[in-house]
Design a protein around this ligand. Structure first.
Ligand SMILES: Cc1cc2nc3c(=O)[nH]c(=O)nc-3n(C[C@H](O)[C@H](O)[C@H](O)COP(=O)(O)OP(=O)(O)OC[C@H]3O[C@@H](n4cnc5c(N)ncnc54)[C@H](O)[C@@H]3O)c2cc1C
Length: 303
């Protein structure tokens, strides 16, 4: 990158959402810096689906193509690395990086995603995004009609089973502890021949991330080709909270209709602030955040 230190907008997070915002802003003639540490949440998934024009593509190829296109705008600069701190100043913000480069801007957009918290089950991490799936819209078609387990319990487990039964009838609900489903919910699952397995999971037996068996602590096992799991998550980047950005009850950054957080001059887009996680949603909210920031900058300078 050039020696430029002062920008109109700094985007922290340069994956789908950040790059989409950078394109909106770069095309709006704004001086933009994108800071990215290169760890998108879907990096272990071999193929990304359900994003039109890129269906089935390797996730890193989609972002690499986007970066090439954004890089053509001389208004946008990139810094590869981690933003480690950010403070609010009288004229905007100061952002420090791991290599101690200091950058300033009038506005900040966090497009920093979330970090899924992988449970301590041997084999889980290796299978995540390959045969252990988070979303049927992204990966359900590829494992339709296959033997599938859902790891969840209670209301969430019941609703998840109902949803996934659209893609396969070969379903088991693995509660990994005593079932907390109501008797009414249990009856409905029985009616659909869906077994509830309450045994505690020991490990996943897999080959290169392709799950074959769930092994239980009591030595029993079930054969599966796919598993769905809703993992807890945390914000990938602690800086929005450190700057005072409010989070929702579910741990997302609170934004208004214009992607603005509660802190003046700070915006958020993509997974860090959206319930429905997908490349399409990340791109859409990033593009809108870019336009929203540009509109604010126009309003401020045209007064
Ligand atoms: C396993 C898995 C498979 C998926 N498969 C699909 C699919 O097939 N189709 C689909 O549409 N969606 C899929 N998704 C969802 C999709 O990947 C996300 O919705 C999308 O990646 C969100 O984009 P984002 O830009 O908001 O965040 P991310 O893509 O997670 O990127 C956030 C970026 O911010 C950077 N960052 C964070 N903190 C800092 C910091 N302090 N300094 C610098 N950089 C920072 C990270 O390194 C990262 O590059 C999948 C998700 C997972 C977890």
């Amino acid at each position: 990158m050039k020696d430029q230190k002062h920008f109109e907008v700094i985007i922290i997070g340069g994956s789908y959402s950040g790059l989409s915002a950078a394109m909106s802003l770069g095309r709006s003639l704004r001086q933009v810096l994108v800071i990215d540490s290169g760890l998108p949440c879907n990096r272990q998934t071999p193929h990304s689906h359900n994003f039109i024009t890129h269906d089935g593509e390797v996730p890193a190829v989609i972002s690499a193509k986007a970066k090439i296109q954004v890089d053509l705008y001389d208004t946008v600069q990139f810094y590869n690395g981690l933003a480690i701190s950010a403070i609010k100043t009288e004229s905007g913000f100061e952002v420090n990086t791991e290599s101690r480069f200091l950058f300033t801007a009038k506005k900040i957009l966090f497009a920093t995603g979330v970090r899924d918290l992988i449970p301590n089950i041997p084999g889980f991490a290796e299978c995540w995004g390959i045969s252990v799936l988070h979303c049927p819209y992204c990966h359900g078609y590829e494992v339709k009609a296959e033997k599938t387990a859902i790891i969840a319990n209670g209301e969430i487990g019941f609703e998840f089973v109902k949803m996934i039964s659209n893609w396969t009838k070969e379903l088991k609900l693995v509660t990994n502890e005593k079932s907390t489903l109501t008797s009414e919910q249990t009856k409905i699952l029985q009616k659909h021949n869906i077994e509830i397995v309450g045994d505690e999971i020991d490990s996943f037996f897999h080959e290169n991330g392709k799950i074959q068996n769930i092994i239980f602590k009591n030595k029993s096992k079930i054969e599966v080709k796919a598993i769905y799991a809703r993992l807890p998550f945390e914000q990938h980047c602690p800086l929005p909270e450190a700057l005072g950005c409010e989070l929702t009850e579910t741990g997302l950054i609170k934004v208004d209709m214009m992607q603005k957080t509660n802190i003046d001059g700070i915006y958020a887009s993509g997974d860090n602030s959206i319930q429905a996680r997908s490349v399409a949603m990340a791109v859409s909210s990033g593009s809108f955040a870019g336009a929203s920031i540009n509109k604010t900058l126009i309003d401020e300078s045209f007064a």
